[in-house]
Design a protein around this ligand. Structure first.
Ligand code: NAG
Ligand code: NAG
Ligand code: NAG
Length: 305
């Protein structure tokens, strides 16, 4: 409960969180369903997963430490704010590495954390954190306002209305609507829940998405997993960024500020949260499967020597 209250306080003070714990946990649970047995064992050992700290908790971890603990420098790793973005003119574009100032953005962070997980000379604590950062950033990358340069990723598009007519809730902004209000409405989850309800809902959402992906013949087979460079991550960031033009801000800011977003905006766009969380989980799994496989072949090499 304490964690949840803190999260609420934080979201009032600094609404730029990301999918709330519920969304991040769902991404972790989806990925786990796609893990090879090697990846399941590797991720479990890297993080030290248990009943008390499962993959859902691990995927949500990076938000719990960001503002309170001793990793404040990880704050900018959760997003990228491309300078060329102008969704009002239907321009959405990510320029990498120019938009990633001082390598301090989600794309560079995902590459950096990947190389740390792969580096067996690093401490187990550093590799544990790096694994959990990765689980988290796959979620963030697919919340498309984390890849938008428009008004600080939509956090400065405020106040927006949700389930109320004007005057709207001053704490709510377009970014936070996508973090939290939309996924919760989509899954019939009240806005205030305790962590047990969140976890149960995350597991149910993950199972539901996984089953639908299975029916559609989706698997990790064709998912990009080139660990050594920015290619895959940049592709996903670009795809996500474009969704801000095509959906998130399709009608422009003035429209957003003058409508109750829980109505037609939700009806038209809400399902995208489900699609994005599903992609995040699937892609995360492919990535971790590739990491586990690369680490496995290093070990075999070691055995041969
Ligand atoms: C994957 O690992 C978790 C613990 O990390 C374990 O609870 C689960 O049973 C494993 N799944 C499979 C299919 O081995
Ligand atoms: C890479 O990660 C390490 C540890 O998490 C951090 O100290 C370093 O600043 C990071 N580098 C970049 C370029 O993000
Ligand atoms: C890992 O994260 C914890 C916070 O959970 C922090 O205290 C610790 O310093 C981090 N370690 C490294 C090596 O980044």
């Amino acid at each position: 409960m304490l964690v949840h209250i803190t999260a609420l306080l934080l979201s009032a003070a600094a609404p730029a969180i990301c999918w709330d714990g519920f969304g991040h946990q769902t991404v972790g649970f989806i990925a786990q369903k796609y893990f090879t047995s090697q990846a399941n064992a590797t991720v479990g050992a890297l993080i030290g997963l248990s009943e008390a700290f499962d993959i859902g908790d691990a995927a949500a971890w990076a938000d719990t430490i960001r503002d309170r603990d001793n990793l404040p420098w990880s704050k900018n790793w959760h997003f990228i704010n491309p300078k060329g973005d102008d969704p009002e003119k239907h321009v959405c574009v990510v320029n990498y590495p120019t938009d990633c100032v001082n390598q301090n953005c989600i794309i560079a962070a995902m590459m950096n954390q990947t190389s740390i997980v792969l580096d067996t000379t690093k401490s187990s604590m550093e590799r544990r954190n790096a694994t959990m950062f990765l689980l988290h950033f796959f979620g963030d990358l697919h919340q498309f306002f984390h890849t938008s340069g428009f008004k600080l990723g939509g956090t400065a598009v405020r106040p927006v209305c949700w389930g109320t007519d004007a005057p709207c809730d001053g704490n709510r902004n377009l970014h936070s609507v996508w973090d939290s209000a939309i996924p919760r409405k989509l899954r019939g989850l009240p806005e205030e829940t305790d962590r047990f309800q969140d976890k149960a809902a995350a597991k149910a959402w993950a199972a539901d998405i996984y089953n639908r992906q299975k029916e559609q013949g989706i698997s990790t087979d064709r998912v990009c997993a080139k660990l050594g460079g920015p290619d895959c991550i940049l592709d996903w960031a670009t795809e996500s960024n474009k969704l801000v033009c095509s959906h998130g801000l399709k009608n422009g800011e003035a429209w957003i500020l003058s409508h109750d977003l829980s109505k037609e905006y939700f009806d038209e766009n809400g399902q995208l949260a489900d699609t994005q969380v599903g992609k995040a989980g699937l892609r995360l799994a492919a990535w971790m499967n590739a990491i586990a496989s690369a680490l496995g072949s290093q070990e075999r090499l070691g055995d041969d020597l």
